[in-house]
Design a protein around this ligand. Structure first.
Ligand code: NAD
Ligand code: DAU
Length: 356
């Protein structure tokens, strides 16, 4: 039977995927209340959600997922039917230079959310409940030239980021097996689209090309990533939340593998046209730099289970998705400039005046 939450807690909803999910989910489910718990780290940007200001079905709470009392208050006070857990430290390079916060947020923070969710669910406050862990294909480690990650692939994370996400996935499994908590766990491939923080490859390329800055390509540029539009990811999450059996694990991906250097060349060429530059001009900005330590060679998702069980298929072609994304960044240079100047960090005070 379809699960129909009346009240959803989203963690990390001011980040890239969380904000896209909130917009899409609220548009599709206007009767469901959404509470967004986000501590507003460098990656959290309330400008992503400015269109929801004043919407009575939406509430923003500035706070940490590791704050058990706050989490308990939200779950009970809002009679939360489901937690969709995006909040994380998400950037692999940052995890290499500073792993501690990745363990604190991604492992310990997730455990606090799980524990408070368990108490809330066992209290009988809501008729049915879901804890939805948003995870990543990176927990599976790296592939060679062939093969795909399935849900049965053993977890073999290689970076502090992916190790911390795998740790959380293991806790989710344990809460389901030990306490029967109705959990869902998805592992998605690389997302792209609007509101993507410009430290990540695609928005970094667009930003640097516009500003004629070097385009750093790690190593030989032949590492492979499997790209999915963020709104296809959001739709997959909504489908799984409503239709999947508790305890399920699903991979999410759209069979869209690209070598990094091919993506770099593509974005350069598309922006040659958009910016009316000479053909090949942007490619001259490409700069090969020292490789990322432990750089996974290839990711490729087998999402057959999701297609077969729940009928989800991506709606974007990469051609249309990347074109729309480039156009979004060109039309939203103010958003990018706010991020790069740091002024987006004042938006909480401006919008909420220090109140929640
Ligand atoms: P992001 O870095 O853009 O956003 C993370 C959000 O979490 C931010 O708003 C931040 O303020 C918030 N946050 C961080 N620590 C917090 C804490 N302790 N308490 C409350 N809020 C906190 O990340 P993203 O790219 O949107 O990724 C979202 C989730 O999806 C992550 O769990 C990530 O592992 C997963 N994921 C990402 C991708 C991708 O391609 N970006 C792919 C697969 C899975
Ligand atoms: O696969 C899902 C993961 O995708 C998510 O779990 C992570 O949260 C998300 O950040 C992303 O991780 P990646 O490390 O794959 O993304 P990133 O954009 O950092 O890098 C994409 C590829 O491009 C990777 O092979 C490294 C390379 N790269 C990246 C940057 C920032 C470069 O060559 N140059 C760069 O400047």
């Amino acid at each position: 039977m379809t699960f129909s939450p009346a009240s959803l807690a989203v963690t990390g909803g001011a980040g890239f995927i969380g904000s896209n999910f909130i917009h899409a989910f609220m548009a599709n489910n206007p009767a469901c209340r959404v509470v967004n718990l986000d501590s507003l780290t460098y990656a959290g940007n309330l400008k992503n959600l400015s269109a929801l200001a004043g919407n009575p079905m939406y509430r923003f709470v500035k706070g940490d997922i590791g704050d058990a009392a706050l989490v308990a208050e939200i779950l009970a006070g809002e009679k939360i039917d489901a937690v969709v857990h995006f909040a994380a430290e998400s950037h692999v390079d940052r995890s290499i230079t500073g792993p501690e916060i990745f363990v604190r947020t991604n492992v310990l923070g997730s455990q606090v959310l799980l524990e408070e969710s368990r108490k809330h669910w066992q209290s009988g406050a809501v008729p049915d409940f879901r804890f939805f862990q948003i995870s990543t294909d990176e927990v599976y480690g790296s592939l060679g030239d062939t093969g795909y990650f399935t849900e049965e692939t053993p977890l073999s994370p290689n970076s502090p980021y992916s190790a911390s996400k795998a740790g959380a996935d293991m806790l989710v499994r344990a809460y389901h097996e030990t306490y029967g908590l109705p959990t869902l766990n998805t592992r998605c491939s690389n997302n792209y689209g609007p509101y993507h923080f410009p430290e990540k490859l695609i928005p970094l390329l667009i930003h640097n090309i516009i500003n004629r800055k070097p385009l750093p390509v790690y190593g030989d540029g032949r590492n492979v990533r499997d790209w999915l539009h963020v709104l296809d990811h959001a739709q997959a999450i909504e489908t799984i939340l409503k239709e999947a059996v508790p305890g399920s694990v699903y991979n999410i991906g759209g069979n869209n593998e690209w070598k990094n250097i091919d993506i770099v060349n593509l974005v350069c060429d598309l922006l040659d046209g958009r910016l009316e530059r000479d053909p090949g001009e942007n490619r001259r900005l490409i700069t090969f730099v020292k490789d990322r330590p432990g750089h996974d060679r290839r990711y490729a998702i087998d999402a057959t289970r999701l297609k077969q069980d729940l009928g989800w298929v991506p709606s974007y072609t990469f051609e249309s998705g990347i074109s729309e994304t480039i156009d979004w960044y060109l039309a939203n240079q103010e958003w990018v400039n706010d991020v790069t100047s740091g002024s987006y960090r004042e938006y909480y005070e401006i919008q909420y005046g220090g109140r929640q």
